[in-house]
Design a protein around this ligand. Structure first.
Ligand SMILES: Cc1cc2nc3c(=O)[nH]c(=O)nc-3n(C[C@H](O)[C@H](O)[C@H](O)COP(=O)(O)OP(=O)(O)OC[C@H]3O[C@@H](n4cnc5c(N)ncnc54)[C@H](O)[C@@H]3O)c2cc1C
Length: 377
């Protein structure tokens, strides 16, 4: 078994690592405090080809695989998970197009990602984990569909020029009645609310989007009618390794900050790292960060190898998110009172980590997926 990254992966890792230290770390606290989308940083990343990594080269992407994306996601999230999400979310939005888009749909919408942003709109005010319970409706018309519904927590909706929207085309058919649509933001009836105030990852935006009698042409249908739910689940298998990698980045940063502090700070005449209660925290943080990284790389590698990875993607996502949250809390503890101050970076890690246990399927939902996969039902 070979654990080394290939030359392309090492090159993009080094670029992302350097970018995180030079361009993200110095401004992360400021964007977090102001809670504004970091356009300047994101455009620098776009110019360095750190965006749209999984988009084929013919559509101005980098044509890289899931493992390369995970490697970049870890490095950028080490700098700031919120800014990392701003840079990498287009790669999630590209997935349904890559999985099931027609050549015309890919040409139009992947090109929009090259210059801008897209959003992935599944969650609704009354349906998050239970995605099959969405109430948005796409009723057939003579020329296509009439879309009505309300989506919430849609990342980058304020910046997006289009949305991948999941809606029911056959409400009586449950999850098999859901279809996916490509919806241009400038269509009449599309309305984006102001960004929701958030606890963490505050540089990244999320907002409600309302669709009121939006008339869609037939070509807006992504994939076949009734295949939207399956498509959403296939997207999750491919995107969860990236979100897991955000967790690895946060967990690693928490470890690095804690190690740095514990080797400087003294109490009772000794460096605090030599008090076993603190030293063991560092050991545990290192162990969990590395285990999360290995789970993440395996789940991503499976995507690139064309292997089913539903179970491993759930393992990686839940373990990495839970490890990031745990490590960030422990890092705050290692810093003592200073850990609770906004003048040190670890309280932000704690706020940024929390949402990793919620979006892209909560940690509980990952465990329900594991149980289903392990027991076959
Ligand atoms: C910052 C942010 C960005 C987001 N970005 C997007 C986006 O871009 N696109 C998008 O579509 N959505 C997005 N979401 C929504 C996110 O995916 C949902 O919040 C998440 O799936 C949980 O859904 P919910 O909030 O409705 O919680 P609920 O589904 O109501 O869950 C509430 C609690 O019950 C638990 N629970 C529910 N069902 C079960 C069960 N069967 N077993 C055990 N526990 C269960 C959950 O784990 C959770 O703890 C985002 C959310 C946030 C906070």
């Amino acid at each position: 078994m070979d654990f080394t990254l290939n030359a392309d992966e090492r090159e993009i890792q080094s670029l992302a690592r350097d970018f995180a230290r030079r361009e993200i770390v110095p401004v992360a606290a400021e964007y977090d405090e102001r809670a504004v989308f970091p356009h300047a940083v994101v455009e620098k990343a776009r110019n360095l080809q750190l965006m749209n990594l999984g988009v084929p080269v013919e559509y101005e992407g980098s044509g890289l695989g899931a493992l390369a994306i995970a490697v970049v996601a870890e490095e950028l999230a080490w700098g700031c998970a919120g800014i990392a999400a701003c840079i990498l979310l287009n790669d999630l939005v590209a997935l349904p197009l890559l999985l099931t888009g027609t050549s015309g749909q890919r040409a139009k919408y992947l090109s929009l990602l090259a210059d801008g942003f897209g959003s992935y709109a599944l969650t609704e005010p009354d349906a998050g984990s239970d995605a099959a319970a969405i109430g948005s409706l796409a009723a057939r018309t003579a020329g296509g569909y009439r879309l009505t519904g309300r989506k919430t927590w849609i990342s980058h909706a304020p910046e997006a020029t289009f949305f991948v929207v999941f809606a029911k085309t056959d409400p009586a058919a449950g999850s098999r009645g859901i279809s996916a649509f490509l919806v241009d933001r400038d269509l009449p009836g599309v309305s984006v609310a102001k960004p929701l105030p958030k606890t963490g990852q505050r540089a990244s935006s999320a907002a409600e989007v309302t669709f009121t009698d939006v008339l869609l042409p037939r070509e807006a249908l992504l994939g076949a009618e009734g295949e939207g739910f399956t498509l959403a689940m296939r997207v999750f298998d491919r995107s969860r390794p990236m979100v897991a990698a955000f967790g690895v980045g946060v967990a690693q940063r928490a470890l690095d900050e804690a190690v740095g502090y514990a080797t400087r700070r003294e109490a009772f005449g000794r460096k605090i790292k030599s008090h076993q209660g603190i030293g063991f925290k560092l050991a545990e943080m290192g162990m969990r960060a590395e285990a999360a990284r290995l789970l993440t790389h395996k789940a991503a590698w499976q995507v690139d190898a064309g292997q089913p990875n539903t179970l491993e993607a759930a393992y990686a996502k839940a373990f990495a998110a839970d490890s990031a949250m745990w490590a960030a809390i422990e890092a705050v503890q290692v810093f003592g009172g200073y850990g609770y101050s906004q003048e040190y970076p670890v309280e932000k890690l704690m706020r940024d980590a929390k949402v990793l246990q919620i979006y892209e399927g909560t940690s509980e939902i990952q465990r329900t997926i594991m149980v289903r996969q392990l027991t076959g039902g």
